[in-house]
Design a binder for this molecule. Structure first.
Ligand code: ATP
Length: 466
């Protein structure tokens, strides 16, 4: 790596670029760690003198050599150096000392899009359209430079202050050097598998060649995931996922919007030359014309205000009106419930007796780590458009375990904290809000208010006096 590299600067940024060039670690005040990669640690930092915030990716030379990742790091730098577009992370400069390499990058303050996807499970049509439009503009630019990303996924889409995308992670990218490579949109040479199992395109798996269109396949997977809550190709292990990809073995869940479905079907096409947006199919102009993007103002995306992120919860056939409602019913005000409920916890003797009974009679006792069950019942746990029936077990501790009632396997636990908040939507539906995720739950017995009341009671017992 050379001592210092700055990317081509826009006119307005050129002064800053010059200032940032040929720097050393002493020119920055390093702050908190904002992320860890397999080969790097990313710090928030301030440039001395200007106070400008940047993200500095620090790579240990020894670690890179040991893991044989020199090429990966060089490629990332090479791609970042070529990029100059608002929808990409920007590389301001690089420098090194004896032990480490430093990449000084633009700081994506709002972090990963994946964080929001995990929190909400899915995005509504407007959010999906907005973010996918930005991804398309970004890909069009990237491909115009002869670069294939090859690892496009929600984790690699960061967000700036205004919640616009900043695509990152170019270690797996492919730069097409020759003109013939560029025009056939194919790297020609066989490459080892790169990318992430769920978003990898069939041609990378079968012929081990990537083309621009491989990024369009990933886009199809992302649109499907934003709207439904899960990526289209899922397996118990990578191999099963790969088999499903090459067989185009996926389904749309009920409630998937018809226009979005048409778009996804035109992107998830085995033959890369038949994908909407590929050069052979008329390029990006044709993709942008799809009905799904009718509302997109392509020329002004950077100036368009990002829509608030909300989940996609349309009604389902067995429960048409429920999921679309957003308001709590009168009488289900959880704050009021916290005030009126009494603390119904047991004396120690009574508790021990009930726990002994539970161990003998309750089939689910083995999942609750010897905690007394305060309430249990079958609940449909919804993630985007997918729903799974689980036995929910609210226990002292407090804990909220959920178990697959058929396979009798503990599937997880809703993490308790002072910030956990249940919210009844109607007789069947209730949400449990936690700092990192909202759980969308449906009680087939229509007793959502009982769950909310009991959870509030437990909350009051453990956190009420804090
Ligand atoms: P791997 O190398 O294992 O694929 P990675 O690409 O996520 O991991 P890094 O690029 O080192 O690794 O980033 C680590 C984390 O730091 C990212 O997941 C992201 O959350 C955060 N991060 C990276 N760059 C920035 C940036 N410019 N602004 C804000 N956060 C960033």
């Amino acid at each position: 790596m050379s001592d210092s590299t700055s990317r081509p600067a826009s006119v307005s940024e050129s002064t800053t670029e010059k200032r940032l060039a040929k720097k050393t670690p002493n020119d920055f005040i390093f702050g908190k760690v904002i992320g860890e990669g397999s080969y790097s640690t990313v710090y928030l930092a301030k440039e001395v003198g200007t106070n400008r915030e940047v993200a500095i990716k620090v790579l240990e030379k020894k670690h890179i050599m040991r893991e044989k990742k020199n090429e990966y790091v060089m490629r990332e730098k090479e791609v970042l150096t070529k990029l100059n577009h608002p929808f990409f992370i920007q590389l301001y400069c690089t420098f090194q000392d004896v032990d480490r390499l430093y990449f000084v990058l633009s700081y994506a303050r709002q972090g990963e899009l994946l964080y929001y996807l995990h929190k909400l499970a899915s995005f509504d049509m407007e959010c999906t359209r907005f973010y996918c439009s930005e991804i398309i503009v970004a890909l069009e630019y990237l491909h115009s430079l002869g670069i294939i990303h090859r690892d496009l996924k929600p984790e690699n889409i960061l967000l700036n202050d205004e919640m616009h995308i900043q695509i990152t992670d170019f270690g797996s990218a492919k730069i097409l050097k020759s003109d013939s490579e560029r025009t056939t949109s194919n790297s020609g040479r066989r490459n080892s598998f790169v990318g992430t199992a769920q978003y990898v395109s069939p041609e990378i798996l079968t012929s081990k060649t990537a083309c621009y269109s491989s990024d369009l396949w990933a886009l199809g997977c992302i649109i499907y995931q934003f709207l439904s809550g899960l990526p289209p190709f899922r397996g118990l292990h990578e191999y099963q996922t790969f088999q499903r990809i090459v067989k185009l073995d996926y389904e749309f869940p009920e409630g998937f919007n018809a226009t979005a479905k048409d778009l996804v079907e035109k992107l998830l096409v085995i033959d890369p030359t038949k994908r909407l947006g590929s050069q052979e199919m008329g390029g990006y102009a044709e993709l942008k014309k799809h009905e799904f993007f009718k509302e997109t103002d392509w020329e002004n995306l950077t100036k368009t205000k990002a829509p608030p992120l909300v989940p996609y919860l349309p009604g389902t056939s067995h429960n048409p009106e429920m999921w679309s409602g957003h308001d709590s019913r009168p009488g289900f005000d959880d704050k009021r419930l916290v005030e009126i409920i009494s603390d119904g916890f047991l004396s120690e003797d009574e508790r021990v007796k009930q726990l002994q009974d539970q161990a003998k009679t309750n089939d689910y006792h083995r999942f609750v780590e010897s905690n007394l069950v305060l309430k249990q019942g079958l609940i449909d746990k919804r993630k985007g458009l997918f729903s799974r029936r689980r036995m929910f077990l609210l226990t002292e501790g407090p804990h909220l375990y959920y178990v697959d009632p058929v396979k009798k396997v503990l599937k997880g636990e809703i993490p308790w904290s002072k910030d956990l908040r249940p919210e009844a939507k109607n007789f069947k539906i209730f949400f449990i809000h936690t700092p990192n995720r909202t759980y969308y739950l449906e009680d087939p017995e229509s007793r959502s208010e009982e769950w909310v009341r009991k959870i509030n009671e437990v909350w009051k017992h453990y956190y009420g006096n804090q």
